[in-house]
Design a protein around this ligand. Structure first.
Ligand code: GLC
Length: 567
């Protein structure tokens, strides 16, 4: 049962085939290159990889504009290469999730071309049309500042079509049963080729009602159950990880009260408050967000992330909080995007300070849920703010100090490799970090390993333990009579905290440090007292009777020292 729900205690690694590894030297990453890097991913210890869209596409939105759901963009290889890759992943016990982008297609998709050309075609009703320009045509844009409208006139169709995103991404009429059946067919196809589920793009928009008269879209939640049911019929352990930036009140509707809808959702609420906590060293709003998103069905799971391939969306914070995050991590206009977010990568936001990067990652890994990490963050990659919009944080993986960071033999990579300066591949790369035991890469490998050995976080219930200091967050998780406890100091200066674990008796007296030797016993007041360095973090197992026993054994061995020196 526990192992069946693999996503409850897993680490997911997100990457783009296009910018990960190029095997054939044409400057574009491909499945053969990715397949060669499977041992790297396996060594890092991740449980699953999530691939961003790789289907055929004119690439006007980095593949989130699909023109054929059943084909691979030829620049990345063939379906044969894809199956070699899923097979290789399986051999190493790695699962594969892929993006499912079905809120919209590309305008180049033959369905749309057919729909606009022929009013009698069955595809006409696969999209959303209006003879007249709808009143709210200038509202609801997802990319404000770049996208002008949500309804665009098509000369051939002589009608307006609806697009929640860019105008080259016409929305599918997802209420149409034929469209729904096609979505299932797409899922079935990729499941058959070896994937264990989907990161479903833009879920609230997929299930929302669409049309010229719709002012407030209504979510058709049944659709989510249909997706899940179908997937589980085809492959029992496959999952859906939903991109749904919704309010905590609606979370349960997405998970399904009986746990019969989405298996996983990204926790956007926690993500934004986490960045506020990092910016202000005030963890109270983060705690509030954690509590607001606490309830979920036993089989459901949160995906906890720091940065993803999009901008860091701060839209749900209060104005003052948002300004504090901007001031700390994206003060200049060109670092910001769509009036609501920051487009930088994690490491530059945190000034490349390894202590702070470890703190952020440790916090992410100990939040209730399953961590989803992004390629390059394990080595602290930077961004290229000269690239437009979100592309700045999508540059090729920096493997080594060879030309183009070892990503490609071509001198014209699909996106420029970051070169020179503090983030350049010349010294910031996986090969260099491999050789250094204290590097971020080796640290990440160790923390992933430890995180997988602490299933309490994925499966258990959390409680926030009060300290007097809002900069220090103490959390305890309980599961199956085991408890673990985490301390994070978000301030840059040392703090002294005292707290009670809430676990009585002999068992609660000792906290065993899981990452070092800083074990902690209760003091005479029955509390644990800790001086924790700036940006410090501790992972403890509560109790650790093994440790107590071992220690008394060692203490009572009179000849220990003699034995060592005397041989
Ligand atoms: C999601 C993706 C984003 C894409 C958009 C349109 O928000 O994360 O990258 O542009 O959907 O498909």
């Amino acid at each position: 049962m526990i192992d069946d729900l693999w996503y409850k205690n897993a680490v997911i690694y997100c990457l783009s085939v296009e910018t990960f590894m190029d095997a054939n030297g044409d400057g574009v990453g491909d499945f053969q290159g990715l397949t060669r890097r499977l041992d790297y991913l396996h060594g890092l210890g991740v449980s699953a990889v999530w691939l961003m869209p790789f289907q055929k596409s004119p690439q006007r939105d980095d593949g989130y504009d699909v023109s054929d759901y059943y084909a691979i963009d030829p620049r990345y290889g063939t379906l044969g290469d894809f199956v070699e890759f899923t097979h290789g992943a399986k051999q190493r016990g790695l699962r594969v999730l892929i993006d499912l982008v079905v809120n919209h297609t590309s305008i180049d998709h033959p369905w749309f071309q057919e729909a606009r050309r022929d009013p009698a075609s069955k595809y006409r009703d696969w999209y959303v049309w209006s003879k007249k320009k709808p009143k709210n045509a200038d509202e609801g844009m997802v990319f404000p500042g770049v996208q002008k409208t949500t309804w665009t006139y098509d000369e051939l169709a002589k009608a307006y079509y609806f697009h929640r995103f860019y105008e080259h991404q016409p929305d599918l009429n997802t209420s149409n049963p034929e469209v729904q059946a096609e979505i299932l067919k797409i899922m079935g196809f990729w499941i058959q080729l070896g994937v264990s589920g989907f990161r479903v793009d833009a879920v609230p928009f997929i299930i929302g009602t669409k049309g010229p008269d719709v002012t407030t879209p209504k979510e058709q939640f049944d659709m989510l159950r249909t997706f899940r049911e179908f997937m589980q019929w085809r492959k029992g352990d496959s999952i859906v990880l939903a991109e749904a930036n919704v309010l905590p009140e609606t979370d349960m509707e997405y998970f399904g009260r009986d746990g019969d809808r989405m298996h996983m959702m990204f926790n956007f609420q926690v993500n934004q408050n986490l960045f506020y906590a990092l910016a202000s060293a005030d963890t109270r709003p983060l705690v509030k967000a954690m509590k607001a998103t606490k309830s979920r069905p036993a089989t459901a799971q949160w995906g906890q992330f720091l940065r993803n391939h999009d901008e860091l969306d701060l839209g749900r914070l209060e104005e003052e909080q948002r300004q504090a995050v901007f001031a700390a991590f994206g003060p200049e206009k060109h670092m910001q995007l769509y009036d609501r977010g920051i487009r930088r990568r994690l490491a530059p936001m945190l000034g490349g300070d390894q202590r702070r990067l470890e703190l952020a990652c440790s916090l992410q890994f100990t939040l209730p849920g399953t961590p989803v990490i992004r390629y390059g963050d394990e080595i602290g990659m930077g961004d290229d703010l000269d690239l437009p919009e979100r592309n700045c944080a999508r540059t090729p993986m920096q493997w080594s100090g060879e030309p183009q960071g070892g990503f490609t033999r071509s001198d014209a990579p699909v996106l420029p490799v970051i070169s020179g300066g503090p983030w350049g591949y010349e010294h910031l790369n996986a090969a260099v970090q491999r050789r250094d035991p204290e590097s971020l890469l080796n640290w990440t490998e160790r923390i992933i390993r430890m995180r997988k050995e602490v299933p309490e976080v994925g499966w258990g219930d959390f409680a926030v333990i009060t300290t007097r200091d809002p900069a220090v967050l103490v959390m305890r998780y309980d599961w199956r009579n085991n408890a673990v406890l985490f301390v994070h100091n978000l301030a840059g200066t040392p703090r002294e905290v005292a707290f009670a674990t809430g676990i009585d008796g002999e068992h609660g007296r000792l906290l065993v440090d899981l990452l070092g030797d800083d074990h902690l016993e209760v003091d005479e007041t029955g509390r644990h007292r800790l001086v924790i360095e700036g940006f410090g973090y501790r992972w403890y197992r509560v109790g650790g009777l093994d440790y107590l026993l071992r220690r008394s054994e060692i203490d009572s061995r009179p000849d220990t020292r003699a034995g060592r020196s005397g041989g």
